[in-house]
Design a protein around this ligand. Structure first.
Ligand code: ZN
Length: 235
């Protein structure tokens, strides 16, 4: 079965169009950002796709609004018993108070301990968690970046982590700088690797075109699966 994938811009909406050996047309709107995907039989014209999207436009908009309004993450309180994600695993938090300056330790396969002062409020605890995330993510990024810089034959001048809610990463091609979302610390190392390969690939090809995809295909043959793991799961 051959699958052909492309992007279309219809009424200001970016549509992911997939042509493959199927009989019916499927339109889907996916979390977390309301990505729109249409799967159509091979040979369907862009014009036909446009008509289908327009006829479903109201429904698509409604679905997208639902996702965009939905809180992607229930607010965390950083208390004992609460779930926290780290490197693709779910951990149960155990908060231990004492004369600590604030640190996190992985204490078991599913256990995470937070050592904080008894006066630490939610905001202080959040900072402790983010510091831990940042340090661990930074280590993972170092590993992945040096591995893939060599394999792809490119070099990044700088990798920076920052809080980004809508993107996992971005690349500044001119300055050879890559930004990575701190949220990625919650995801598995293979997701982290995928984002690194994606952003480094932009140093070879700016657009998400066929050349870009063929570089991704030879670097990480299962990148589409990892991308879906990364984007279709809400905590
Ligand atoms: Zn990109």
């Amino acid at each position: 079965m051959t699958t052909e994938e492309g992007k279309l811009l219809i009424s200001g909406l970016e549509i992911q169009a997939v042509r493959k050996d199927i009989k019916n047309i499927h339109v889907g709107v996916y979390p977390p950002n309301g990505r729109v995907r249409i799967a159509v039989p091979t040979g369907t014209t862009d014009e036909k796709i446009k008509l289908v999207i327009i006829s479903k436009y109201k429904w698509i908009r409604k679905q997208r609004e639902k996702f965009l309004n939905q809180k992607r993450e229930t607010p965390r309180e950083y208390v004992t018993g609460e779930s926290h994600y780290f490197m693709g695993q779910r951990y149960i938090l155990n908060v231990i108070t004492g004369s600590y300056r604030g640190r996190i330790e992985i204490t078991g396969r599913k256990r995470m301990a937070m050592y904080v002062s008894p006066h630490a409020n939610i905001e202080d605890r959040k900072i402790v968690m983010e510091r831990f995330y940042r340090a661990c993510l930074s280590k993972e990024l170092d590993k992945a970046v040096s591995k893939w810089e060599e394999r792809l034959g490119v070099q990044a001048n700088e990798i920076r982590i920052r809080k980004m809610k809508t993107k996992w990463g971005s690349a500044n091609i001119k300055n050879k700088r890559i930004w990575i979302s701190l949220e990625l610390a919650k995801k598995s190392p293979s997701c982290i690797e995928y984002v690194v390969v994606h952003e480094l690939t932009h140093f070879i090809e700016r657009k998400h075109d066929d050349k870009f995809k063929s570089i991704m295909d030879s670097a990480l043959p299962n990148w589409r699966l990892v991308r879906d793991e990364l984007n279709d799961f809400i905590y």
